[in-house]
Design a protein around this ligand. Structure first.
Ligand SMILES: [Ca+2]
Ligand SMILES: [Ca+2]
Length: 478
């Protein structure tokens, strides 16, 4: 058997790889042309070798050949072709090196091919911050990602413009990307920040500027983002789900929120990013006691909040009735785990741009501990005013103004036919406090002005007519 193997020799040579020029070249610079050839067969081989370079359009712009003699089985040799090659223009090139051996038993390893790049190309890749969702009143110091798609290691100018919902330019920042290697990215933070002052759908325009850029179509990227009254400290992308401890020590997590609308204001809702279907024991909203949450005096509490899948989802809750804040102060969301499942659910944590000192956790031994490495994904919605309406049938309240009110206010409403109408004021706990109007009205719209006799607080203005009713929340200040 050994004997027959020597008799049936299988010559096989080929180009192992192109050594030079490399993948990235520069216009006008001369490059050595070099490739490695190998004898994959079992006998000594002598054979011619070739090198050619084509332009992107397929035109041959360089060719050369050489000879390999008596290459032993398994051996390799590096061949330098002459002359050197100098890229004549910006563009992409294809370089081939190959062998030609008569009787070569396997053609699949004969040729090596590389693509050579010779151009400048800055690319706008991503806008990290502004996030997809942002808060009114919270400063944004934009962070973007850019790419060097060209063949030169170099930096370039980066610009970010932000346009308001109406299209007007509200931010324009310019900075310089540091020197970036080909096919590499750089994350860049702009030196100047911007604070959104109103809600809506904004647009961020990322622009790179580099001389002789061969692909201007990728220089610009436009991303829309939202600004809302939700107070957001996390980036909206979960990096890890966390619990205070897998064992039960009265486990809690909390985030301290500083409202960004000027008082008076309302807290109307919250949400927590949770994995698994397990429920949190309770979630409360409370004020600060010193620098910590005042968990002894919840302003609002909800039980059994849970997510709806294992990869994570926002578990939302309405704060009903809304919390009224007459003065500026911090408000906390506190989540408490059940003694039966301290290890679930996990709360989403964002490690990317930590907001110092907002996120805390509690274990009964050490007490409250600040977590500086990331932000719990908890959000609180603030509002300048609250509008609540329970409309049924054809009865409709379409204005209650001013609200909040200090003395006189007016309600406008519509009735679909001639009806007996009653307008009453109820306290938040449902007790009738004052009858404002009772009488028959003809179909159409009516406006009723009144000066409530009740003290400051949250009330419901309820209108009943012909079995229909509608209500609006009314806040009275004194
Ligand atoms: Ca071969
Ligand atoms: Ca470009």
């Amino acid at each position: 058997m050994l004997w027959s193997a020597f008799l049936l020799s299988a010559p096989d040579v080929g180009c192992e790889r192109i050594l030079s020029p490399g993948q990235y070249v520069q216009l006008g610079s001369p490059y050595t042309v070099k490739a490695r050839f190998r004898n994959y067969g079992d006998t000594y081989a002598s054979f011619p070798v070739y090198f050619r370079i084509d332009s992107a359009g397929g035109h041959n712009i360089y060719q050369s050949s050489s000879n390999v003699s008596s290459l032993p089985p398994g051996g390799s040799v590096d061949i330098t072709f002459s002359p050197n090659w100098t890229p004549p223009a910006f563009g992409t090139y294809r370089a081939y090196a190959w062998t030609e051996l008569s009787g070569d038993s396997y053609a699949g390893d004969d040729t090596a091919l590389i693509y050579i790049r010779c151009y400048h190309d800055a690319q706008a890749s991503d806008v990290f911050w502004p996030y997809d969702e942002n808060s009114v009143g919270i400063p944004i110091q934009p962070v973007v990602k850019v790419k060097n798609g060209g063949s030169y290691t170099e930096g370039f100018q980066v610009k970010l413009n932000i346009y308001a919902p109406g299209g007007s330019l509200v931010y324009s920042g310019t900075t310089t990307a540091p020197s970036i290697m080909p096919d590499s990215f750089a994350t860049i933070q702009f030196p100047t920040s911007w604070t959104p002052s109103d809600t809506g759908r904004y647009s961020a325009e990322l622009i790179t500027a580099l001389g002789q850029d061969l692909y201007p179509e990728n220089d610009t990227l436009r991303e829309d983002f939202l600004v809302t009254y939700e107070i957001i400290y996390d980036q909206g992308v979960v990096d890890q789900f966390m619990v205070p401890s897998p064992d039960y020590y009265n486990n809690k997590m909390a985030v301290r929120f500083t409202p960004t609308v000027s008082p008076p204001l309302y807290i109307t809702a919250g949400r927590i990013f949770l994995n698994t279907y397990e429920s949190l024991d309770y979630v409360m909203v409370c004020r600060s006691a010193g620098s910590l949450p005042d968990t002894a005096n919840p302003l609002f509490i909800t039980y059994n909040l849970h997510g709806d899948n294992f990869i994570g989802s926002w578990a939302s809750f309405s704060v009903d009735p809304p919390i009224y804040l007459a003065s500026a102060q911090d408000i906390w969301i506190v989540a408490h785990w059940s003694p039966q499942s301290p290890d679930a659910p996990g709360v989403g944590c964002d490690f990317d741009v930590p907001v110092d000192g907002r996120s805390w956790y509690f274990l009964s031994g050490p007490g409250w501990i600040s977590y500086p490495a990331g932000d719990w994904m908890m959000r609180l919605t603030q509002a300048k005013s609250v509008e609540v309406s329970e409309e049924k049938g054809g009865l409709r309240i379409f204005a209650l103004s001013p609200n909040p009110c200090k003395s006189t206010t007016s309600v406008s409403f519509l009735i679909p036919e001639d009806l007996t109408v009653e307008a009453r004021l109820y306290s938040a706990d449902g007790r009738l406090r004052e009858t404002l109007f009772s009488g028959r009205l003809c179909r159409g719209s009516h406006t009723l002005s009144f000066e409530p006799s009740v003290g400051p607080g949250i009330y419901f203005l309820r209108i009943e007519a012909g079995g229909m009713n509608a209500a609006r929340r009314l806040v009275i200040l004194k």
